[in-house]
Design a binder for this molecule. Structure first.
Ligand SMILES: Cc1cc2nc3c(=O)[nH]c(=O)nc-3n(C[C@H](O)[C@H](O)[C@H](O)COP(=O)(O)O)c2cc1C
Length: 208
């Protein structure tokens, strides 16, 4: 089994990093032989889509011609990391109601028409990747979900749509909320409560 572990916070004392590491530890405990591929977007951000990549994606003709190897190199490497993984563990803060830009930059390389997405004759989008569990640790300074939410949530619907359109539908969200207001003990208790909701998918132990 191979786990792709992605973190998006730039902070060292990061709640989403701590939670994603705890999720990873649970998966590794269930699959002791699992290998881990690391993609640290928070500390080593990838570049935003550049002119060559944007041009290729905007031009089906250029894509079909295949003269695009260098423009697609980063995208191809990142997609292959996802393809090689049996499960993804993603740690991310919520920034201004949605994903941080480092995660958006990664998704811009992963969601690629003709490679990870196709369309039906009716124009409906279909994901080309094999479904796999995606465990998503979220840290939020405030409260964005549940009855006490005081802000919109553009993060969980966005990630559901973005991963869904490439074929990844088995998402589990672990929202650690109110990090700006809770003390150390309260945060540790909240993290334990979230970890108790972890439902390991059959694939996590059967695709070793
Ligand atoms: C630029 C920026 C935007 C933020 N926007 C939000 C927000 O919209 N909602 C929220 O609840 N917290 C927001 N926060 C607070 C972070 O989500 C919170 O500090 C979280 O714990 C950061 O994750 P980390 O601990 O993994 O670094 C924002 C923080 C930053 C730096």
């Amino acid at each position: 089994m191979n786990i792709l572990h992605i973190d998006c916070s730039p902070r060292h004392d990061s709640h989403s990093r701590r939670l994603s590491a705890a999720l990873l530890a649970r998966l590794k405990a269930a699959n002791p032989d699992a290998g881990v591929t690391r993609r640290d977007l928070g500390r080593e951000p990838i570049a935003h889509a550049d002119a060559d990549y944007a041009s290729v994606l905007s031009s089906p003709g250029a894509l079909a011609a295949g003269a695009t190897e260098s423009a697609l190199r980063l995208s191809e490497a990142l997609i292959q990391e996802v393809e090689r993984a049996d499960a993804l563990v993603l740690g991310t803060p919520i920034n201004n109601f949605t994903v941080p830009s480092v995660l958006k930059a990664w998704l811009d390389q992963i969601l690629r028409m003709g490679r990870t997405i196709t369309t039906t004759p009716d124009g409906e989008k279909l994901g080309l990747l094999q479904d796999k569990p995606v465990y998503i640790a979220i840290a939020a300074g405030g409260v964005f979900s549940g009855e006490r939410a005081r802000q919109p949530d553009f993060l969980t619907p966005y990630l559901t749509a973005a991963f869904g359109c490439i074929g990844l539908h088995s998402l589990q969200f672990f929202p650690l909320q109110a990090t700006a207001f809770l003390d150390h003990e309260q945060l540790a208790a909240a993290q334990e409560a979230l970890l108790a909701t972890l439902a390991l998918k059959a694939a996590d132990s059967s695709r070793a």
